[in-house]
Design a protein around this ligand. Sequence first.
Ligand SMILES: Cc1cc2nc3c(=O)[nH]c(=O)nc-3n(C[C@H](O)[C@H](O)[C@H](O)COP(=O)(O)OP(=O)(O)OC[C@H]3O[C@@H](n4cnc5c(N)ncnc54)[C@H](O)[C@@H]3O)c2cc1C
Length: 435
Amino acid sequence: MDENAPLPISWHVARWGDEPFSRGSWSYLRPGGSPADRWTLAEPIDERFVLCGEAVGTDQAAMTHGAHASGVRAAQWCLGVAAPGERIVVVGGGFAGLGAARTLTDAGFDCVLVEARDRLGGRAQTVQLDGPPGTNSAAVGADAGAAWLQQFARNPFADVVRSLGVEPVPTDFHAPLAGSANGHVGAVAEAFEALRLAALAATGDPGARDVSLDVVAASLGLGGDAARSMQHAVDADIVLETGGGMDDTSARWFFAEDGVGNEDHWIPGGYRQVVEHLAAGLHVRLAEPVRMIEWHAAGVALTTDLGVIEADRCIASLPISLLQRGEPVLRPGLPSRHLDALARIGMGVVEKVLMRFEERWWPATPSGYMRWYDSPASWCEWGDLTDGCGAPVVAALIAHDAVARHHHGRSDAEVVSASTDALRRWSAAVRAQRP
Ligand SMILES: Cc1cc2nc3c(=O)[nH]c(=O)nc-3n(C[C@H](O)[C@H](O)[C@H](O)COP(=O)(O)OP(=O)(O)OC[C@H]3O[C@@H](n4cnc5c(N)ncnc54)[C@H](O)[C@@H]3O)c2cc1C
């Protein structure tokens, strides 16, 4: 073990799963669900109310540019039905809400965006990590939520970032520097491919019933090294990508839905720059949680912690985990079609720990990705943000049941200590396992 590796000098521990205004990280499709459910949720209700967000009405679910596109689409619906001068309220100031509010404001509507937190960005949040005490080393920005521009070649924010004078830094999800706690990394990519083929064979026929990924994995009947490689693929390539359990993930759509991990690029300085760009000139009310949204033939009324907001229509960019909990209260409520669709979408939990060190003591990797295979899974993946942040920073990722084991019930300092310890063990294993 790399016993002498130092502790970080500053850090941030994200807790998206516990935060009252996210209750999770991003959506995935459950067995029996399909992308059609995302589109059902996007259907306007009674000409007054419409949902949007990363899980709703988008082909790029679970990503910032998909959320934004969903918000723009909801706003375009409003543009089609609203009379000039109407007042439209957008609930939530993440990428979806910002996309909606920007579109409506630019079209000349009286649009107000109401946000529960005291900041915009939602699940995109750039935090500052201080430099070593007593030095002139400045704080650097790092992303505690969304960090990559995914699907870079067709991501509209690539041009936005460049127009702000920032050059995105390429990373390669498919070429991580991998180390294993048991001394043997194994054929992980091959195991993942075997699972993909088995899922296609099991569910590829349109008439075939969708099943969960754990059913497909079990059908392979693997043992020994092959089983271990499959477990690593499951931990790092699937559970970390959904934040949900294998028993709750659609085998058909995990592989078929447009996903992450393609042409990912960091944004030096962080997502905050894109958020500020989108928010410029919008009418925003921060720190005002909406508790109830009521709509009727003549308009909508929103009850917030500060009063009642009357409007003609409402676009709500609420995380589906909140809708599933009945927060805020919706009256007269979602139609059964929407409720059925909502039940077929899951909300995963992936947590991130950002750690700034005095120097980069771990092995560098050109891909920016580091993988750690241990059993049971813990800190499966780190992103090395050093090239993006201009200071030695890693982002440690942990998902689903590993969050319950290693994250819940621990203080931030304990989480950072456990995560640093795993990074030390990864570093030592990689050095030992290098050919
Ligand atoms: C750890 C992590 C890493 C990620 N990595 C990436 C990545 O690298 N690339 C990528 O593209 N995507 C990534 N994502 C996913 C991405 O962050 C989301 O898909 C996207 O930001 C969701 O945007 P949204 O507008 O749909 O929802 P949100 O950003 O959650 O916005 C919803 C807003 O509604 C507000 N709100 C909630 N309840 C109320 C209420 N009652 N009243 C008023 N306001 C309310 C919330 O505060 C929030 O601001 C990541 C997410 C996480 C958590």
